[in-house]
Structure formats: structure tokens, C-alpha cells
Write a protein that binds this ligand. Structure first.
Ligand code: NAI
Length: 511
């Protein structure tokens, strides 16, 4: 089945944030769109709201005023579901309540033609459950847009047990023709994005709970080293803790309490206190008038430091830290290759450095009898990272640590020292994201490409978690997870079977 023709009428029920956005997308793609809301006047005002947004796009030269007039002429506010009798696709975007949604689909079945596709924009309700009891359950599909729908590219095309593959393909192709990035997903709790993203929040919350660093520092590291647009604290403050906590609880419950999805007590505390984030004026940060956002803790560089004598001894195979060595070299730091130095190690001044493998610095220093040992966190791109986390074994001297800080300062990398903790900040987050992504693939929720596309286009991740694991080395990521699991003794960190198998075979996720 191909994409729906432009001549197909699209129905949208619910003219709130999502419904209005979806109606705009379909009208921009050339369809006649009927928009319905059970609150009087809401559909009409939603179209007026769309007109205002399109006016801004004329100013930005994205559309001509003639194009906008045509788009607006294709949008029709309708009063009842009976007006959907000529629709070829109806997208439901009403309140997130299964009984209310089921009643709508029940009514639509007796109004719409037998071949009209019925889609739900639900974030958390099973498409299988929505389709149960329908006369034609094969035509029921999830069409999960992201907020704001006209801007966010991702559409998860969600199949329940009964969904006809041709229906899912048609919705996928239609989303493509609407200039979206569709991915197929099986109807499982959280679909792709709301499941795979859980560790992004959970690991930051845990690091904070264990006092590894403060919120501002952890956020800054996820941005400056991880390349994420926002850190977990600022992002959940923006989403709203009530919303984010509810999604976490619903995924946790839906997976029968799998500890990998366990909600965080520090977020629950915020919800209990009604510290819901930006909208309530207080979350992890304060948004009261005059409140200043706290700064990340950066290790200061001593002004008397002598950077002229800094030199760097490196192993012949620097593994993932090769980009860092290249950056030091480009900045004029003398690089001396030392044969026989273990893979991935480098010496800066008095300090011996290595990328975290998930063990704490104290553990690694003790087991391998390393002196003046410093651990480096993962960066998305060491050539351009602005900020990095370091941790050290308690036996590492201030002088040795300062040699590293000075050297990094020389090349423009700010350093935050975090408490010696397994897998630091970015590595821990990325390893857990990749693990969840691998498990989603293992369970047939989506393909490797689908998961990575979903995370990049649904949440603007700088790299798909599985592509990221490939670039680090799957066996290295799997080792990080095993070390985390050993350190905590918790099931939460168990490597996915697919992660383990891929690591054992020496393979990668993207082939
Ligand atoms: P919203 O509260 O902004 O809008 C819902 C609209 O549906 C309201 O205007 C309401 O009057 C209308 N409505 C409620 N019951 C109705 C009925 N029986 N018949 C007709 N209209 C009815 O909600 P929002 O945020 O647009 O969410 C809608 C759906 O989209 C939910 O299923 C939600 O889970 C999902 N979703 C929300 C996202 C978000 O970020 N807000 C992202 C992706 C999906």
C-alpha cells in the first residue's frame, strides 16, 4: 500500500497541543483536514492559532502568503464525528484515557468507511488494547507524533497485535510524504522513545542522589561532553516533573516492576512538594523572578601553573581516546609514543589517565597497581568537547590531577571533578541508553535503524545510542555495564542479551 493521496481527507479529533499540530502538518502536505473537539469553539480557535504560527513562517520566508492562505483554506473546524464520514485517515489526539478513546473509535467505526484508517496519537496506551473489540481491528494503528508536531520530525508508527501490515505501511509512507521521519514500532510500553529514554533521566537522578556532582554540573557535562541539547535536570524541569514521573511510573508498572525502569525518589520528592519545574517556578532549579541558574563546578587552573613543560606519553593504541590525543597534539602538547604502554593509557605530566571502563578509579588503581590514576569520561567528540568529567583514586595527588587540568585547559576543555563512581557521567548514561535500545531491538520493538532514528529525531540526541555503542566498541560498552552491575549488585545494570551476544561475537549493531 502506498501513501494516502493528497486528495484523501484527513480527520483529527482533539484540537489541543497535539491535534492542532497534526492538523497543521496534514494541511501543509496538501490534504483537506477536518478538526473536531468536544469543547465548543476549541477547533476554530486552534485553526486561528495555526494561522498565527504560519504568519511567523511567512516572515521567516518558509512560506509565501499565498501558500499560507491555501493551507488555511484546507483546514476545517467541524462539530461532530459524523463529519468524518468521507475521511481516509482519522488521527485521534484527545485526552489520554483508554475508555474515552475507545468510545471515540467505537463511534468512528459506524461513521467512517470500512477502509478508513483509524490512528491514535497516544503516548502510553496499548494499540492492541485500543483495537480489542473493534469491528475492524486491523485498521487500528498508532501514529505517535512528538511535540511540537509541526517541528519534530519523528512519527512512531505503532502496530498492535491485530494491525494489518499494509495499514502500518500506508501510515509510514504517508508520514514520509508529510516530510516526517517515521519508524515502525511494536505496541509495547513506552513504544521506542519513551522507553529507551528512561535511563537518560534515571542515571542523572541517581548520580545526584549519590552526590556524585550537583545538578548544574551534571547538566553541563551532558551538554558539553555528551553533546545532548539539555541535561536531565533542566530537561525534566521543562517537561514538568508530574508528566515525566508519571511516564516513568507507567513504564515501570507496565514492565511488572523491572528495576531497569525504577522511578527515582528524588523526582518523587519534587512531585510530592509540587515542585513541578518551570511551570510551578521551582524544580531542580528555581525559576522565581531574579533567580539565577547555578553554575557548573569547574576545577580552576592555577595561574602560576607552568604549562610549558607539559608533555604527554601515550600508548601506541589509544583506542577511543585517540581524538583527545590528536587534539592535544594539534595544540602543541608534545606527544611521545611509548611502546609497551598498555592500550588506551596516556600519561599527562605526573598523572596516568584512561577512559572509564565502568570500574571506579580506586578499584582500577588497586587492582592494576596504578599510581596517580585519573579516569576520563566519555565525550561525543574529543576533538570538540568543551567540558569533561574526571575522577581520581583517593591516592592520586593534587599535583598530578592539576597536571591534567592544566593540560586540558591549554586545549580549551573545562574540567569538572566528580566523585569516584562507576562509569562517570556521560559513559554511564550512554551505556545505559544503548543497553535499553539493544533490549528494544532484542524484543522486536523496532529495528536498529528504527531505534536510532527515533532517538535522534524524537529527542534530538546527537547520535543514536546503538551507533554510539558501535563507535565506542560494543564489547567496551558491555564491559561498562558488567562493571556497573558488579559495583551495584543490581539487576538494573544487567547487559541486554543482544548487547552481550554482539560483544561476544566482536560485532556491532549497525552492519
Ligand atoms: P490536550 O489536553 O492539549 O488536548 C486534548 C484535546 O482533546 C482537548 O482540546 C480536549 O478538549 C479534547 N478532547 C478531550 N476529549 C475529547 C473527546 N471525547 N472528543 C473530542 N475532543 C476531546 O492534550 P495533548 O497534549 O494534545 O495530548 C493529546 C494526546 O496526544 C494524548 O493521547 C497524549 O498522550 C498524546 N501525546 C501528547 C504529547 C504531548 O507532548 N503533549 C506528545 C505525544 C502524544
Amino acid at each position: 500500500m502506498l501513501a494516502l493521496k493528497q486528495s484523501t481527507v484527513i480527520g483529527v479529533i482533539g484540537a489541543g497541543a497535539m491535534g492542532a499540530g497534526i492538523a497543521q502538518v496534514a494541511a501543509q502536505a496538501g490534504h483537506q483536514v477536518k478538526l473536531c473537539d468536544n469543547r465548543e469553539g476549541v477547533a476554530k480557535s486552534a485553526i486561528e492559532g495555526i494561522a498565527k504560527q504560519l504568519a511567523v513562517l511567512i516572515e521567516r520566508k518558509k512560506f509565501t502568503s499565498e501558500q499560507v492562505q491555501q493551507i488555511l483554506a484546507r483546514l476545517h473546524a467541524v462539530d461532530t464525528l459524523n463529519d468524518f464520514s468521507d475521511a481516509g485517515l482519522v488521527v485521534e489526539a484527545i485526552v489520554e484515557n483508554i475508555d474515552v478513546k475507545k468510545a471515540i473509535f467505537d463511534a468512528l467505526e459506524s461513521i467512517c468507511a470500512a477502509d478508513c484508517i483509524l490512528a491514535s496519537n497516544t503516548s502510553s496506551i496499548s494499540i492492541t488494547r485500543l483495537a480489542a473489540g473493534m469491528k475492524h481491528p486491523k485498521r487500528m494503528v498508532g501514529m505517535h507524533f512528538f511535540n511540537p508536531a509541526p517541528i519534530m520530525k519523528l512519527v512512531e508508527v505503532v502496530s498492535g497485535l491485530a494491525t494489518d501490515i499494509d495499514v502500518a505501511t500506508c501510515v509510514y509512507d504517508t508520514a514520509l510524504s508529510w516530510n516526517k521521519k517515521p519508524v515502525y514500532a511494536a505496541s509495547t510500553p513506552g513504544f521506542i522513545v519513551n522507553r529507551v529514554a528512561r535511563p537518560f533521566y534515571a542515571e542523572s537522578f541517581r548520580l545526584r542522589q549519590e552526590q556524585v556532582a550537583d545538578c548544574a554540573t551534571l547538566d553541563a557535562l551532558l551538554r558539553g561532553a555528551g553533546g545532548f541539547r539539555m541535561g536531565a535536570f533542566e530537561l525534566t524541569d521543562m517537561i514538568g516533573h508530574d508528566v515525566n514521573y508519571a511516564v516513568t511510573c507507567s513504564v515501570f508498572d507496565a514492565y511488572y516492576g523491572d528495576l531497569r525502569f525504577q522511578p527515582s525518589l528524588i523526582q518523587k520528592d519534587l512531585v510530592d512538594a509540587s515542585y513541578l519545574g518551570r511551570k510551578s517556578g521551582q524544580g531542580f532549579y528555581s525559576y522565581q523572578d531574579g533567580a539565577e541558574k547555578p553554575e557548573a563546578q569547574i576545577v580552576s587552573v592555577s595561574s602560576s601553573a607552568d604549562t610549558n613543560n607539559i608533555r604527554c606519553e601515550v600508548s601506541e593504541d589509544m583506542g577511543h581516546l585517540a581524538g583527545l590525543v590528536a587534539r592535544l597534539s594539534q595544540a602543541g602538547v608534545p606527544i611521545i609514543q611509548v611502546s609497551g604502554m598498555a592500550k588506551g593509557y596516556l600519561k599527562i605530566g605526573r598523572a596516568l589517565l584512561a577512559l572509564t571502563d565502568g570500574r571506579m578509579a580506586c578499584e582500577r588503581a588497586k587492582n592494576e597497581q596504578l599510581n596517580e590514576f585519573v579516569l576520563v569520561d566519555l565525550a561525543l567528540d574529543y576533538q570538540h568537547a568543551a567540558h569533561i568529567a574526571l575522577s581520581r583514586s583517593a591516592s592520586t595527588s593534587e599535583e598530578a590531577f592539576n597536571d591534567v587540568v592544566q593540560c586540558f585547559d591549554l586545549v580549551g576543555i573545562k574540567v569538572s571533578e566528580v566523585v569516584d563512581s562507576p562509569a562517570l557521567v556521560v559513559m554511564r548514561t550512554v551505556a545505559m541508553l544503548a543497553n535499553e535500545a539493544a533490549d528494544a531491538v532484542l524484543q522486536g520493538v523496532a529495528s536498529v535503524e528504527g531505534v536510532d532514528t527515533a532517538m535522534c529525531f524524537g529527542l534530538n540526541y546527537p547520535k543514536g545510542p546503538l551507533a554510539w555503542a558501535d563507535s565506542i566498541g560494543v564489547s567496551d560498552v558491555e564491559a561498562v555495564l558488567r562493571h556497573l552491575q558488579l559495583a551495584y549488585g543490581e539487576d538494573r545494570y544487567r547487559p541486554s542479551l543482544l548487547m552481550r551476544r554482539t560483544a561476544l561475537l566482536g560485532g556491532q549493531f549497525h552492519v
